[in-house]
Design a protein around this ligand. Structure first.
Ligand code: TPP
Length: 895
């Protein structure tokens, strides 16, 4: 036997057992006579005294491998044994339907995939929630919010089937959304996807780690809305049911301390610790539960271990000298999995056979009883007690570490097997055993045919199920979009300065912040604006907002800020409006998503602006943005200090040349790279109208830069072009070359035009491209319409450029692939320039020369096209020399 476990060492170290017993007796006596507060006080005094004596003693933060809640402290089950029995029957039926759904789909099409084992382990955890805790949104109550473990989705569909919300036909179309649609049936998405099932799923969780961090920021955002008096305070909860494997993701753990710092007792995590992930145990040599206990406990969460079912209680009661607890402490996860995968006799021999004391405990049970010993996460009473304690805990978030068996009930085919995660086919014998195990009233033939089972409407199970959901306000999950509209202020009211800039110098970042400041003052919209930063407000010139609208802090401001005397001091307030997230882009985007989906989640439209270094957006947290898109987010993402060359000194890791490539791949993300403040004004106005008034499920990605420029006033009739993606800013009759400049490089294109006209007398026209991706989308749609509908649709870019055959040169501060997306729709010879390669730290001028995107390089490229076939190589070298360009320099992507 391994004697190196902490408990064994303690036993060996106990040189005076009688003294130990006296100390413990003293503690018990205080508890009895003076109560738990006094006992806790004395323990902390002891701990202080130990520290003062230099003992360096610290609580190990790991409690024994048993339930945190003692049997005598368990809240009783509402409805008693009858309710438990009925709910167990319901859980069995749900398990069957979920299993049948996956196995049926895979019998028909082996490629569809799906999971059985995860829900089999999580079913009871979900069911106690559904029957007793998860409260739906009603006209009076905002409702609880639940983040569902993604690959348990079949179980949630199975429940909706019993509830009458999904038909058997839908269940038969699990993971066959397209063919279902063609037949007029609601198909079922693989995982929770609000984009695909907008009346059903609220929160996308399919990518591991996104659910946990989103749940934390959602709970925090609910507090924000309450503290700002936008939502009435209500005892709503955010529940998150996640896998133990999912906790490996950095995002899962990233915001734990935020949750405790903010005292989010409206938040409960239930972690389904089936001790297995996809490949196997992965943490098999230790206890994932203990690891998570130290992490969550250390971060300040209330931790509830829910490890063993009620049938273990008498065994622990018999465990006078702690042998059973010792054995559990010692048994690592990989071994616990092996016990789960094997039967009663195996467990008797290998677990209870470890010592005479354990043998004696085991002897009180039959093999069958040993086989059926439940883990905590499969015992409705224990789960209820844990949820009850969590729901009533004040001052901190709670995590319930619920131990389960992966593939529970899947018998020798799946329970506790290494391969169970991927199992989607079961042999007839395994199916029959499953039916017997959960006492399902199905004939062998029904089992063979994998028939879905729904009890009669007047059966005790169905009556109970409906009564419970009625009591809890209705069915869940359910997503509601009430199509609320919000008045958008007149463009002139907040952006006149940009529309009539008249050459005034400013950067587009400054313009954006000024517009946002004005919107914040708007009588109707103002309080719905949510400025979000990840410790970069000063970088973007937003510090004035600290004073004017304040930084949200649930505690107000408990200190006198150093700059209190200044008019723009660092002001924190309980009703502060700015979400200052600190250096966590993942956290900030989670806040943004919570705000951007508030219209559906809370029936309260908000308008978030998350302003960040553009490099740390799509590149760093792209998957969270993708999930926000799935969730039908509406708001602005502002990629500031954007582009590869405008953030001169910052170098390789900070300079963004790709965000517009990624953003273009998100169907409901509308991206713009404006050059001028007036373009920005029009884009923001359009975004607000589409999102807040027309209820379109789109969000805007807008890049702004910190380069001060003389801003022109808006030309007449420019609006449509700005929004469709390009408009002419320097028209020329009969141009010999056309330049398309985007964002910060429009200025270089304009300067190139001056060179071309001034030195080389080449007539040049310049266009501002506000969005290559919108031009490309339009082009794709028109091209397809021509092909499929024989329409004469013409893309905007084609329409605008078709009047001439002059070559077109496009330049942006992004990789060439961005302008390349419009090539098919440009009706002339087309050349693209871009910033491919790693960034460097240097001045903007040097960088633009390095990437060959400055005025001289644009001019040279234009001349190379205009003079193609007309000038010799030597003549072209002379032209380059005139422009002071070295033609032998290495390409910017060279390695
Ligand atoms: C970001 C990401 N990486 C990988 C996956 C693939 N994946 C889906 S479920 C799973 C294992 C999950 O294990 P666990 O969280 O323990 O849940 P269980 O199925 O055991 O209940 C993996 C690796 C994913 N969905 N998302």
């Amino acid at each position: 036997m391994d004697m190196s476990s902490p408990e064994q060492l303690i036993k060996q170290l106990d040189i005076d057992e009688q003294e130990t017993a006296e100390w413990i007796a003293a503690l018990h006596s205080v508890l009895e006579s003076a109560g738990p507060d006094r006992a806790r006080f004395l323990l902390s005094q002891l701990s202080n005294a130990a520290r003062e004596a230099g003992l360096q003693w610290r609580d190990a933060r790991i409690t024994p491998y048993i339930n945190t809640i003692r049997p005598q402290d368990e809240a009783p089950y509402p409805g008693g044994s009858d309710a438990v029995a009925t709910e167990e029957t319901i859980a069995g039926i749900l398990r069957w339907n979920a299993l049948a759904m996956v196995v049926r789909a895979n019998r028909a099409y082996g490629e569809l995939g799906g999971h059985i084992a995860s829900y089999a382990s999580a079913a009871d955890l979900f069911e106690v929630g559904f029957n007793h805790f998860f409260r739906a949104r009603t006209p009076e109550f905002g409702g609880d919010l639940v983040y569902f473990q993604p690959h348990s989705a079949p179980g949630i569909y199975a429940r909706a089937f019993l509830e009458g919300r999904l038909s058997a036909d839908s269940l038969a179309h699990y993971r066959q959304e397209i063919s279902a649609n063609a037949r007029g049936v609601q198909g079922l998405s693989s995982y929770p996807h609000p984009w695909l099932m907008p009346d059903f799923w609220q929160f996308p969780t399919g990518s591991m780690g996104i659910g946990p961090i989103s749940a934390i920021y959602q709970a925090r955002f609910m507090r924000y809305l309450e503290h700002r008096q936008l939502l009435a305070p209500q005892p709503r909860k955010v529940w998150g049911v996640f896998g133990d494997g999912e906790m490996d993701e950095p995002e899962s753990l990233a915001a734990l301390s935020l949750a405790s710092r903010e005292k989010l007792d409206n938040l409960v995590f239930v972690i389904n610790c089936n001790l297995q992930r996809l490949d196997g145990p992965v943490r098999g040599n230790g206890h994932i539960v203990d690891e998570l206990e130290t992490l969550f406990g250390g971060a300040g969460w209330n931790v509830i271990k829910l490890l063993w079912g009620s049938d273990w209680d008498p065994l622990f009661a018999r465990d006078a000298n702690g042998e059973l607890v010792d054995a559990l402490n010692r048994t690592v996860d990989g071994q616990l999995q092996t016990f789960a995968a094997n039967d009663g006799p195996f467990n008797r021999e290998h677990f209870f056979g470890q010592s005479p004391g354990l043998q004696a405990i085991g002897a009180t049970l039959t093999d069958e009883e040993i086989d059926r010993l439940k883990r905590g996460g499969h015992d409705l009473r224990k789960i209820y007690a844990a949820y009850h304690a969590a729901a009533n805990h004040n001052g901190a978030p709670t995590v319930i570490l619920a131990q389960t068996k992966k593939g529970f009930g899947m018998g020798t085919a799946g329970q506790g097997k290494m391969t169970t995660h991927q199992q989607k086919k079961l042999e007839q014998q395994d199916l029959l055993e499953f039916r017997n195990r959960f006492k399902l009233p199905l004939t062998d033939a029904q089992v063979e045919n994998l028939e879905f089972y729904k009890p009669a409407d007047d059966s005790p199970e169905m009556r109970h199920l409906h009564a419970r959901r009625n009591e809890l306000g209705g069915f869940m999950p359910r997503r509601v979009d009430q199509r609320l509209t919000m008045a958008v202020p007149q463009l002139e009211s907040h952006a006149q300065f940009a529309l009539e800039a008249d050459g005034k110098e400013m950067s587009t970042t400054m313009a954006l912040v000024r517009m946002m400041g004005n919107l914040l003052k708007d009588a109707t919209l103002g309080k719905h604006v949510v400025p979000i930063v990840a410790d970069e407000a000063r970088t973007f010139g937003m510090a004035n907002l600290f004073k004017t609208v304040g930084i949200y802090s649930s505690q107000g401001q408990l200190y006198q800020p150093e700059d209190i005397g200044s008019i723009l001091y660092y002001r924190e307030a309980k009703d502060g409006q700015i979400l200052e997230e600190g250096i966590t882009e993942a956290g900030a985007i989670s806040s943004w998503t919570a705000a951007a989906t508030s219209y559906a989640v809370h029936g309260l439209p908000m308008l978030p602006f998350y302003i960040y270094y553009s490099m740390f957006g799509f590149q760093r947290i792209g998957d969270l943005i993708w999930a926000a898109a799935d969730q039908r987010a509406r708001g602005f993402l502002i990629g500031a200090t954007s582009g590869r060359t405008t953030l001169g000194g910052e170098g390789l890791q900070h300079q963004d040349g790709s965000s517009h490539l990624v953003s273009a791949s998100i169907p409901n993300c509308i991206s713009y790279d404006p050059a001028y403040a007036y373009e920005l004004a029009v884009i923001v106005d359009d975004g607000m109208q589409r999102m807040l008034q027309k209820n379109e499920d789109v969000f805007y990605y807008v890049t702004v830069t910190n380069e001060n420029e003389a801003q022109p006033s808006m030309p007449k009739d420019a609006r449509e072009g700005i929004l469709r993606g390009m408009h002419c800013v320097s028209p020329t009759k009969k141009p010999e070359v056309r330049l398309l400049g985007a964002g910060p490089l429009l200025k270089e294109a304009m300067a190139a035009a001056d060179l071309l006209e001034g030195i080389f007398s080449v007539k040049t026209e310049v266009w501002s491209v506000t969005s290559f991706s919108e031009l490309a989308r339009d082009g794709i749609a028109c091209e397809r319409n021509r092909r499929l509908q024989q329409s004469d649709d013409e893309a905007w870019v084609t329409k605008k450029l078709k009047g001439s055959k002059a070559p077109v040169i496009a330049v942006s501060d992004y990789v060439r692939a961005v302008p390349e997306t419009i090539r098919a729709y440009v009706p002339a010879h087309f050349v693209t320039l871009g910033t491919d390669g790693f960034g460097r730290s240097d001045t903007r001028a040097s960088l633009r020369d390095f990437f060959e995107v400055d005025a001289k390089w644009i001019a040279y490229t234009a001349l190379a096209e205009v003079y193609a076939g007309k000038k010799t190589a030597d003549e072209m070298r002379e032209i380059a020399a005139k422009l002071e360009l070295g033609l032998d320099k290495p390409i910017s992507t060279s390695v």
